[in-house]
Design a protein around this ligand. Structure first.
Ligand code: HXC
Length: 514
């Protein structure tokens, strides 16, 4: 018996070394951790239960029959984060460059299937040279099996991808289908075709990092939701993200204890919106004063900065925030902002995370660039997402809510549950200047002094329309509130809405304008 126990220990120790000590050294020299070290950092201490440690590939061509590494380049299993279960796979670059073989794919598919049955999130740590070249189409089949499961699991359990090395070719589409992508600066890259192919086809010279590094995807493509300086910071932030999420679509996010009596009027909120409606201010300041512990996990902070999305808690309740940012492009909605907002709203709705919407929006961005690239198609995604969302939805209009963007930004009309406005709100078809130029065009041009007439009409318009009272008279706004009281109003609203039930008509699935 003791021989057998020793033998098992030896086998496990060998498997834990992956591609061996030399390869581990190379991995470390690149500033990268091993697949197992990453898991250790990510999960609660000692909670990882590995499965399929002894799986071997079945390939025989190109000398592979003589090269076997137990586990075959991916570590899979189950663990806990903040004492809640997760399924994990972590690709091991020290074994055939983490490339994906038939059996490697089968291991990932196995934990994904179990995660869906158990209703627990899946976290994938990607570090792979792509399809195991020696296995050919069998490897491509393995990828397709994973893509299918990513798609089937979408909206069932949260799926998080942490790309910590190469992820190229068709392999990028697995992370792309998942809910969130984390990248590490300097060591991660994702692209469909690499710099060499790009050079051959388009004659462009581009480095790996410029083409598909973390910063590129965080600022230009919008592929990355989070990027961090190093692997440790990245993994700790995966833990942070998980704290806001439920385990699956039937679960609710964890609610933290909160003493509501401690919420006092926050005077600083009264002074943030400037008197001059054309002056910008930082919506993040408002968010920070509203959320518990000033703690806001912003998603895609460096992409489409005219809309802010992210997670926070308010009164202990996990919420998703969507907010216009007057400081960037005056908070206007453009193509990128609409798509960024829509995807976030749909994630929150899929996983029972209530939405707080902070509105200061002058409308949609005009111009040929926007029109020709399909602002109609893309802007409608945000509208669609808010319309179909059935989670608790609370809106606060801090200043401008003009035109179609008023409707889009979780107005009462698209099932906003509580719609508040600050006294500084201006809810109208368009800004006063533009409106006056259109509706009083004739009077102004015929007047003895057109400039004075325009001024007069402008003040009349501002007096009549640039305020929240007409909307409140109609019940489109439930209450006009003092900025200082916003937090307590929100806590009361989200608390009341905890038992909210709403649904959409029965259908196979909707047809969001993609
Ligand atoms: C088999 C691979 C491999 C692969 C790397 N290795 N990629 N083995 N299949 N796809 C092996 C190498 O032979 C090497 O083995 C070890 O992993 C480490 O690789 P290095 O090249 O030494 O590492 P590095 O210099 O860091 O370069 C990493 C790399 C490079 C940039 C990823 O290895 C590379 O270009 N690999 C090929 C990438 C590729 O073209 N993949 C197919 C893409 S198409 P030894 O024994 O020497 O240490 C694809 C389609 C997916 O993935 C389809 C989905 C639909």
């Amino acid at each position: 018996m003791s021989d057998k126990i020793e033998d098992l220990k030896k086998r496990k120790d060998k498997a834990k070394l992956g591609g061996g000590e030399d390869k581990i050294k190379v991995q470390h020299e690149k500033g990268k951790l091993t697949a197992r070290e990453r898991i250790e950092l990510l999960v609660d201490e000692g909670s990882f239960e590995e499965i399929d440690m002894f799986v071997k590939h079945r390939a025989t061509d190109f000398g592979l029959n003589k090269q076997h590494y137990p586990g075959d380049g991916v570590v899979t299993g189950f663990a806990r984060i903040d004492n809640r279960p997760v399924a994990i796979f972590s690709q091991d670059f020290t074994v055939f460059g983490g490339s994906l073989s038939e059996t490697h794919a089968e291991k990932i598919v196995k934990i994904m299937n179990l995660a869906m049955k158990a209703g627990i999130p899946v976290i994938g740590l990607n570090d792979s040279g792509g399809a195991r070249i020696q296995e050919g189409v069998v490897s491509l089949g393995g990828y397709a099996d994973i893509f299918l499961l990513n798609t089937l699991a979408s909206g069932v359990v949260p799926q998080i991808s942490v790309v910590m090395g190469p992820c190229a070719g068709g392999a990028v589409y697995s992370p792309a289908i998942t809910d969130f992508i984390f990248l590490v600066k300097n060591t991660s890259y994702m692209f469909v075709t690499g710099p060499n192919v790009v050079k051959t086809v388009t004659h462009e010279e581009v480095s790996f990092d410029d083409l598909g590094g973390a910063e590129t995807h965080a600022t230009k493509s919008g592929v990355a939701h989070f990027i961090f300086e190093n692997e440790i910071e990245t993994l700790l932030n995966v833990r942070r993200l998980m704290s806001y999420l439920p385990l699956n679509f039937m679960d609710k996010p964890v609610e933290l204890e909160f003493d509501v009596h401690k919420v006092l009027p926050e005077q600083r909120l009264n002074g943030i919106v400037p008197d001059n409606p054309n002056k910008p201010y930082d919506m993040k300041q408002i968010i920070s004063l509203l959320v518990d512990d000033n703690d806001f996990l912003e998603v895609q902070p460096d992409y489409a900065g005219n809309i802010i999305v992210g997670f926070a808690r308010i009164g202990g309740i996990s919420i998703g925030i969507v907010a216009n940012q007057p400081q960037v492009l005056a908070g206007v909605l453009d193509i990128n902002a609409s798509v960024k907002g829509a995807r976030f709203v749909r994630f929150c709705d899929a996983f029972n995370i209530p939405l707080l919407v902070l509105v200061d929006v002058p409308g949609f961005l005009p111009g040929t660039e926007q029109e020709w690239n399909g602002i109609i198609r893309h802007g409608s995604k945000l509208l669609y997402a808010f319309c179909e969302a059935t989670v608790p939805k609370v809106t606060v209009i801090t200043r401008k809510a003009y035109g179609g963007a008023y409707d889009v930004m979780n107005s009462k009309h698209v099932r906003g549950d509580f719609n508040f406005a600050w006294p500084t709100a201006e809810i109208a078809v368009m800004g006063p200047k533009g409106a006056v130029e259109i509706i009083f065009k004739k009077e102004i041009s015929k007047a003895e002094n057109p400039e004075d007439e325009a001024e007069k009409k402008l003040s009349e318009y501002i007096e009549k329309f640039a305020n929240p009272y007409i909307a409140a008279e109609r019940g489109y706004i439930d209450d006009i509130i003092l900025p200082q009281d916003t937090k307590i109003k929100l806590i009361n609203a989200f608390t009341l809405l905890k038992t909210k039930v709403d649904k959409n008509p029965k259908k196979k699935h909707g047809n969001i304008p993609l």
